[in-house]
Every structure is written in structure tokens, then in C-alpha cells.
Design a protein around this ligand. Sequence first.
Ligand SMILES: *[C@@H]1O[C@H](CO)[C@@H](O)[C@H](O)[C@H]1NC(C)=O
Length: 175
Amino acid sequence: MVSFLHVSILLLTVFSAPLSAQSRVFMTARVGSLVVLPCEWRDTLSPSPHIEWITFSGTVFERLGEEHYEGEGYEDRVDVPEDKLKKGNCSLELKEVKAEDAGVYESYLLVNRVKRALSSKRVFIQSVELSVDESPESSQHAEANLQLGATDDATVNCPSLKITGILLIVWLFFF
Ligand SMILES: *[C@@H]1O[C@H](CO)[C@@H](O)[C@H](O)[C@H]1NC(C)=O
């Protein structure tokens, strides 16, 4: 009974993996912002899925039920909420984005092998390439203020024009 379930999970994941293997999502996030790296799988046969997000340099986040692991450098900044994970939403929430966070992120579902329960099989779900925008948001405002300041003395008084006019009238009156 149990092994039949495991075999079906394995077969499903093995055949559905190549379809999604091509897809890589490209995203850009501003320094200090929150970004959600998308991830979703359709077969929710496992009631408590084991999910893992990794980069080339190591594990970013891992969740199995209530237990989770936050990778080095990602402490208190990453999560895949448990309630969403149960519904097949394995999106990674990454907050307070840093310049060093740029890179390729991959999510995997870990499935236990039928006979050797200790070793698990990794099933690729999603690849996301994250770029980080480091330009500070306030720079454009500062430039605009600078230009506004320059136009302050635009209404220059021109007294010489008035004097010339009066002199002309006086000259015409007398001669
Ligand atoms: C999955 O969860 C994230 C937040 O963790 C949310 O932004 C996103 O809209 C969800 N996706 C779906 C398809 O519900």
C-alpha cells in the first residue's frame, strides 16, 4: 500500500520533471525590498512535502513540515510558509534583499526512495535567476530638486526698461 503510493509519486515526478526543466524565470529586485521567487507543483500526493531551495554555493532554505533550515547568510530573511506549501505553493519569500543575493536559485522536491528510505531523490521544480538593482531610489528626486533650485531667479526685475520708457514719453511731450 505504502510502496504503491511511493512508486506513483516517483513515476509522476520522473515524468513531469522534464517538462518544467526548461523554464527559468528572470527577476529583478531592489536592494532592501521583498521578492517572491515563484514555485509551484501540481501533484499534491504528499501531505507533508520536503522542499529545498539552493544556489550554486549551497542551501538557501529547506522545509519538512514544521521544521525548517535557513542557509548561511539568509538567516531571518527567507521562508516558504508551511500552509502555502501544503497547497502546492513552494514560492520562496526573500526579504531585505542584498546585492550578494543575486544569482540562480533552484527549488527541489525531496522524495524518499522506495527501498532505501535513508536516501532521497531530488526532483527539480523551478529555476529563478535573480538580479539585484543597487541604485538608490532617492537619486532621481535629488536631481529634480537641483533643477528646481536653479529656476528660482528666473523673474529678474528690469528697471532700466521702465526708465527708458518714461524718458521717451517726457522727450515726446516736450519736443
Ligand atoms: C504563492 O505564495 C506567494 C507568497 O509566499 C504569493 O505571493 C503567490 O501569489 C502565491 N502563488 C499562488 C499561485 O498562489
